[in-house]
Design a binder for this molecule. Structure first.
Ligand code: ZN
Length: 493
């Protein structure tokens, strides 16, 4: 039976760049076997040593997770689509309380919804004349509070639309500063804001959009120590983060406080969105019990992101947030929305609660917040760091000028090389380093570099593990440091 297997963006480099592959198979397992026997690199990413699918990879036949069917034995029919969906980094009772508030006045001990001023009535008139919102809905919005984790790509449209819609109280959590490279997508910040704290810039913009919104800024990193105390003060939590430790932290804190977690994530031109709400459906851990190992799925800073994509996903998150507050009947619980901007396709997958989920299952093992950096495998490794030899850009330039024989290997991607390169450097992208090891002369001293130094360090580690005999040195700070210290004509990106 010819079926189509879709390859997600982060894994396409291991499938010759293909996004869809036609395979003849009778079951999902057979299709994956055939796929990974022709693309062996892919096998390592999809399966563990026990030949089982890795925990951060889910496989669907059409819209059904094979874990809820017959697993790898799930039959496939002609024309079916098998989707490989990995987790990518970069949704209570309180709402029942809002829903229970009465438009007319206090009832059964419930405080009344706040009244709208004439100014507010004029401002929200396009909502008020919709029966789905109306006066009661608009007053629910005014009574509601939303905590936004992050004021970056997803947080930008979220903050602006939630404020414009009249959400009464908005909490902003961020500790980052606006950088020029943010402006391609984080439209809540402007050119004049470069160098300012994001929450200050976001607050100014939101106040300008709607002065009726109460804004609470939390200039801090969200941690296991502060998350629960922050979350209990809000009705809905919106996850606009870009890293796995914070994503799992947001999920677990939402489950423990009973809050809906409005989820969105983006990578290059693909996005995901859902509402995780343990009381009504699955949580993020039901979907992805474990994060991918560090480095497998690149961050937006490494992998890039189409500027408009967070606008679309963040706007979907804003829509779901507003619907939760209004008590809309069909929120995105039990569903995962996949969006591919490059092919302009939306897909929807069914989600189910995992009864064995460690945080929202029948017998949870996670009853308080844990160390999420450790959980995601992000640990400082002081014992391995000093073994990697480093050179600064200034030292490298001095040594080249004095005629030292050094080969420079650039492990970035070809489109990054096009932006700017160090003279006489050879391009071997990180994903090809091991296969093209024979192109690196082990008899010459070798400096490896990337954009900032992270990927070249991985390349050196991989080469050393593979037994490469040459002398490998990492360029500290990558080509960015070269631009800063040696040649400012090399553009920074
Ligand atoms: Zn769960």
């Amino acid at each position: 039976m010819p079926v189509t297997v879709t390859i997600p963006t982060p894994l396409r480099q291991f499938a010759d760049g293909q996004s869809e592959i036609q395979i003849d198979a009778r079951t999902a397992g057979e299709a994956l076997d055939k796929l990974t026997s022709t693309h062996t690199e892919l096998r390592r990413h999809l399966f563990n040593d026990q030949n089982a699918l890795r925990n951060f990879v889910n496989v669907y036949v059409n819209d059904e997770d094979i874990r809820h069917a017959n697993g790898p034995d799930t039959p496939v029919n002609e024309g079916d689509t098998i989707l490989i969906v990995p987790s990518i980094a970069g949704g209570a009772a309180v709402l029942d309380e809002i829903a229970g508030k009465d438009a007319g006045g206090p009832q059964a001990g419930m405080p009344a919804l706040p009244m709208l001023s004439n100014e507010e009535v004029a401002r929200y008139s396009r909502h008020l004349i919709m029966p789905e919102v109306g006066m009661t809905g608009q007053r629910k919005l005014k009574a509601a509070s939303v905590l936004m984790i992050g004021t970056g790509g997803l947080g930008a449209p979220l903050g602006m639309y939630l404020a414009a819609a009249g959400v009464g109280r908005l909490g902003l959590v961020d500790f980052d500063v606006v950088d020029a490279s943010n402006l391609q997508r984080q439209i809540i910040h402007g050119t004049k804001d470069v160098g300012r704290p994001k929450i200050a810039s976001a607050r100014d913009r939101i106040e300008d959009i709607n002065p009726h919104v109460e804004i609470e800024t939390h200039d801090t990193k969200l941690t296991s120590a502060n998350a629960l105390n922050l979350f209990v003060n809000y009705d809905v939590i919106v996850d606009g983060t870009d890293n796995f430790p914070t994503r799992y932290l947001v999920n677990d804190a939402c489950v423990l406080t009973g809050k809906p977690n409005v989820y969105g994530s983006i990578f290059r031109f693909e996005g995901q969105a859902s509402v995780f709400w343990a009381e009504r459906g699955p949580c993020y851990r039901c979907l992805y019990p474990e994060p991918p190992p560090p480095g497998l799925v690149p961050s937006c800073a490494e992998g890039g992101v189409l500027g408009v994509l967070p606008g679309i996903i963040g706007t979907i998150q804003a829509t779901e947030t507003i619907k939760i507050i209004l008590g809309a009947p069909d929120i995105m619980v039990n569903r995962l929305l996949l969006f591919d901007a490059w092919r302009m396709r939306f897909r929807e997958l069914k989600l189910r609660k995992n009864p064995d989920c460690p945080v929202c299952g029948v017998n949870p093992t996670i009853k308080e917040l844990i160390d999420y950096e450790e959980f995601c495998g992000i640990t400082q490794q002081p014992e391995t760091k000093p073994t990697m030899e480093e050179i600064t850009a200034t030292e490298l330039k001095q040594r080249l000028d004095q005629g030292d024989d050094i080969q420079i290997i650039d492990v970035r991607e070809p489109h990054e090389y096009e932006i700017g390169a160090i003279p006489n450097s050879k391009l071997i992208p990180l994903g090809q380093v091991l296969n093209r090891m024979n192109e690196i002369d082990p008899g010459r001293e070798t400096v490896m570099h990337c954009k900032m130094g992270g990927r070249s360090a991985k390349a050196i580690e991989a080469l050393q593990r593979a037994g490469f005999p040459g002398h490998l040195i990492n360029l500290k700070g990558g080509i960015t440091a070269w631009s800063n210290e040696v040649d400012p004509s090399v553009p920074k990106y």
